[in-house]
Write a protein that binds this ligand. Structure first.
Ligand SMILES: [Zn+2]
Length: 406
């Protein structure tokens, strides 16, 4: 049995938490610096290291290069050119991330080729497409998790904007009221996101003042207005603050997940979650960031479908195994609930990463001594390995990442 522990990199982005990841890994709290993401996988920027039972330490990237068929299984290795198609993360946000969307596979391939042909270096700060791949994402809450995602039903957005009643915003509100559908949203969003700074500098303070009044009066859109105020304070003069007025404001409870397909506009606000995503770096930002924003390119990929975002609670696909189904071929995430005395069998024709989110779990496979996986730890299970059985003397929780089904 080659169930092997992973040593994972922590990414120190400024929006990260000083407590969530440190506490999960059993380190001193607070950490000296913000810790935003724990990366489990074979992303070339920060691959996990695999610690063998003999104490050897190897980059997962190297292991995949040496034996793609054994590590990934022939089918996955063929389909994804010897690459692990997903990256699993613990994401811990204390502050909002940028407002962003990701391209589809076709858009990414075209964008990558176009920028290559134009001679924009891959590491240039103005490069949109770092690779030719799609970047669908799914986030599952570990704590209460707050986010903006997808365009709200236009009639509800009109109700919100009318409730705010910022004088100079009225013509924009009525633009949407006259055409409360995806085309109307596209028109309003395009107008707002391309407003000259002089217009923004007049409009934004009015909107923020209206939000203050609405919150004071405990209006219907209290949570939405608090978020706009928070964003307005963090990113003064940023058109993304106005765009945020049009998005669904979501609160995920632990175990609830949200799938972000290509073209979905979203911003994580705060909370800790398990995120799984395709192994790509293609982000088109819309605002709430000091980084490069390319509005025409963003407009090409944005999806103006509107309405409530569906929350996924997982389907019990085997006893103790709850799967968050998406149409993604790159990944599948499951939650494994291990109760004392019960056993959960984890097999898959491809590679698996298991992460222990709660308690501790003994992993046993034919002919091997069990490996005890503590909270915050993860293992790599190559495709060639026999099935693993998870058991625990406490109520424990694992997350399992595998390639998706096609
Ligand atoms: Zn994203």
């Amino acid at each position: 049995m080659t169930v092997e522990l992973l040593h994972n990199a922590v990414r120190p982005y400024a929006w990260g938490s000083r407590t969530a990841i440190a506490e999960m890994l059993g380190r001193e709290v607070p950490a000296p610096h913000p810790e935003a993401e724990l990366w489990m996988g074979a992303h070339p920027g920060d691959p996990s290291r695999v610690v063998g039972r003999d104490g050897s330490v190897r980059s997962l990237l190297e292991l995949l290069a040496e034996d793609p068929d054994g590590q990934l299984g022939a089918r996955c290795a063929d389909r994804w050119g010897g690459r692990l198609p997903f990256l699993l993360k613990v994401l811990a946000a204390d502050e909002p991330l940028s407002l962003q969307a990701h391209p589809s596979a076709e858009q990414a391939a075209l964008g990558f080729a176009t920028e290559d042909a134009a001679g924009v270096p891959v590491d240039s700060p103005v490069r949109n497409y770092k690779d030719p791949s799609a970047k669908p994402e799914l986030i599952c809450a570990l704590t209460e998790f707050h986010a903006l995602s997808g365009f709200r039903e236009p009639e509800r957005s009109v109700a919100l904007l009318r409730a705010l009643d910022a004088p100079d915003f009225a013509p924009y509100t009525e633009l949407l009221a006259a055409q409360p559908d995806p085309d109307g949203l596209r028109a309003l969003f395009t107008t707002l996101i391309t407003l000259p700074q002089t217009a923004l500098d007049v409009l934004l303070p009015q909107v923020l003042d209206a939000c203050v009044v609405h919150v004071k009066e405990h209006g219907e859109f209290d949570l939405e207005c608090r978020t706009v105020l928070e964003l307005g304070e963090a990113y003064p003069g940023d058109a993304g603050v106005l765009a945020a007025l049009l998005l669904n404001r979501l609160v995920l409870q632990p175990g609830e997940a949200m799938f972000l397909p290509a073209g979905n506009l979203h911003a994580y606000l705060h909370g800790t979650g398990i995120e799984i995503l395709a192994n790509s770096d293609n982000v088109l930002r819309c605002g709430l960031t000091p980084k490069h924003v390319d509005v025409p390119e963003l407009m090409r990929v944005l999806d103006f479908t509107c309405g409530d975002m569906p929350l996924l609670r997982g389907e019990e696909t085997a006893p103790g195994l709850w799967t968050y189904r998406t149409p993604c071929p790159e990944f599948e995430l499951s939650r494994v609930e291990v109760t004392p005395g019960a056993e959960v069998r984890l097999d898959h024709g491809g590679p698996q990463i298991l992460f222990c989110a709660r308690g501790r779990v003994a992993l046993t496979s034919a002919g091997g001594a069990p490996l005890v996986l503590e909270r915050g730890r993860s293992v790599w299970l190559p495709a060639v390995d026999p099935a693993v059985v998870a058991s625990s003397d406490v109520s424990a929780q694992l997350f399992r990442a595998t390639p998706g089904v096609e």
